[in-house]
Design a binder for this molecule. Structure first.
Ligand SMILES: Cc1cc2nc3c(=O)[nH]c(=O)nc-3n(C[C@H](O)[C@H](O)[C@H](O)COP(=O)(O)O)c2cc1C
Length: 333
């Protein structure tokens, strides 16, 4: 497992710059990735590729400080576009000829948040933001900030900057809280935030419960897989979706929030609590045999997914076989 036999990689029909297309949620959308001088700037190329994985055309803009933590080549390679580090006669910050649909500031520093909130436009990122706010106010673009900084930099001045920007209409991606810092969230979270902000789906802002895999359902993994795929699709369209899983081996993507219940009773009561009395949801998708939930769902449009039967897991069958053989081999003669 940990030793390479020097065999070459399997060939794939992908070019050097290509990314695997996860979905088309951002197809035809132009995204400006504004990178500030936080250490997390080193992750910006991966963010750019994750945006492209949803179909976006990405152009990166870097502050002078950001260039200390991420390289020009990495950003140009990952976006397939020239990096903007200086404003020239082309007026890159306005991007009039090919306007941006979304501006994602990731990482957003304390400094840039403060400057943007105070109306300062003295660099590539801050000047681009000044124009972005105008487009946002006109309903032509969305602006998202992903703040990262050491905990000591979180105080009323930071909060004041964030509140002023939010009041203007900018959106914030909640930082990942770890080791006393506001860290850059997983790329999946950042890209989902952009997809949700740009979504025109009627599901946007609607509250949906996806409850799969009650312990009574013999096909629960199949239902959970289906539920996880459905939940992802709903989240990317801007729905306030909750995925409630039962005891299952299915692991939704790490960036997708889900709730797991350990047994049938807690699955059922978690589903009821989410549904509310009277029902406070816009829709529910419930799989498996949960007749008691039908009543609780009341007038909600509930779709009962009945997954098709799957054969017993091949992996489980092989493991069972190996265990049986090994325990037979170790039996005393
Ligand atoms: C190693 C290192 C890491 C830093 N990380 C952050 C950070 O995560 N967040 C932040 O607000 N400032 C951070 N700073 C401070 C910024 O780099 C500094 O405030 C800079 O002026 C920001 O410039 P910009 O907002 O124009 O990119 C860091 C500084 C250093 C030396």
């Amino acid at each position: 497992m940990f030793e390479w036999d020097f065999s070459p990689p399997r060939s794939a029909p992908m070019g050097d710059h290509d990314v695997r297309r996860a979905s088309d949620h951002l197809a035809g959308r132009r995204v400006a990735l504004l990178v500030c001088g936080g250490i997390a700037a080193m992750k910006a190329p991966m963010v750019a590729r994750a945006l492209r994985g949803r179909g976006a055309e990405v152009t990166a803009f870097c502050s002078d400080e950001a260039l200390r933590y991420v390289g020009r080549e990495a950003l140009e390679w990952s976006t397939c576009n020239p990096l903007v580090t200086q404003l020239t006669w082309r007026a890159e910050h306005l991007s009039d000829s090919a306007p941006f649909d979304a501006y994602l500031v990731a990482p957003a520093t304390y400094n840039t948040l403060g400057k943007a909130a105070a109306g300062i436009a003295d660099g590539v990122v801050t000047a681009t933001l000044a124009s972005a706010f105008g487009r946002m106010r006109a309903g032509h673009a969305v602006v998202l900030f992903a703040p990262t900084m050491h905990g000591s930099m979180h105080h009323p001045v930071l909060e004041q900057s964030c509140r002023a920007l939010a009041a203007l209409g900018a959106q914030f991606v909640t930082p990942r809280d770890d080791y006393g810092k506001h860290n850059l969230p997983d790329e999946g979270v950042l890209v989902a935030a952009v997809c949700r902000a740009l979504s025109k789906s009627p599901l946007r802002g609607r509250s949906v419960l996806v409850a799969t895999a009650d312990a009574f359902n013999p096909h629960r993994d199949s239902a959970d897989r289906l539920g996880a795929e459905l939940h992802e699709a709903l989240v990317l369209r801007g729905a306030d979706s909750t995925l409630l899983l039962g005891p299952t081996s299915v692991r939704p993507a790490a960036w997708l929030p889900s709730v797991s219940a350990g047994d049938a009773a807690s699955w059922s009561s978690a589903a009821r609590a989410r549904i509310g009395t009277p029902p406070a949801l816009d829709a529910a998708v419930v799989s498996g045999s949960a007749p008691e939930l039908v009543e609780a769902l009341g007038d909600l449009r509930a779709l009962f997914v009945v997954p098709e039967a799957r054969p017993t897991s091949l992996v489980a069958a092989i493991v069972d076989h190996l265990e049986a053989r090994l325990s037979a081999a170790s039996d005393p003669p």
